[in-house]
Ligand binder design. Structure first.
Ligand code: ZN
Length: 134
């Protein structure tokens, strides 16, 4: 079951610059992390029960680099929390939703994640995300 919005992913060109801006706006940085798998550096800012996840590409081959080249910096994805990513992906597929990830993979902050294809969700890239340590 999808439980709540876990985070909103925002693509940025320069993470340091973005961190400075968000801190100036009053958001509190709780950590940064490099996710080699997705070729991104990530910074987290909690807001209520959710977080903002700023993503800077570490390679031209990163999906975030491609996103910025095509659409510019901005909102990249919305992530929904579940307690079982694999089950949720299966359920989505049964409903006819196209998946980017057929199976869960590792995300930042020790999570199991999977993306739905934006072509089957009216243009919104959605991530399903489960905390590995429950
Ligand atoms: Zn995410």
């Amino acid at each position: 079951m999808l439980q709540k919005i876990d985070h909103i992913g925002i693509a940025v060109q320069d993470l340091q610059e973005a961190i400075q801006l968000y801190e100036k706006m009053g958001f509190k940085l709780v950590g940064t992390e490099e996710v080699a798998d997705q070729m991104v550096k990530v910074a987290f800012f909690p807001i209520g029960e959710a977080r903002l996840e700023l993503l800077e590409p570490t390679s031209e081959a990163s999906p975030i680099a491609k996103f910025i080249a095509k659409k510019g910096a901005g909102i990249h994805h919305i992530a929904f929390r579940t307690d079982d990513t694999a089950a949720e992906l299966n359920k989505m597929q049964e409903t006819g939703i196209r998946l980017i990830d057929k199976k869960p993979r590792s995300g930042a902050h020790n999570t199991k994640i999977g993306f739905l294809h934006p072509k089957s969700t009216l243009g919104v890239l959605m991530e399903i995300c489960e905390l590995s340590e429950k």
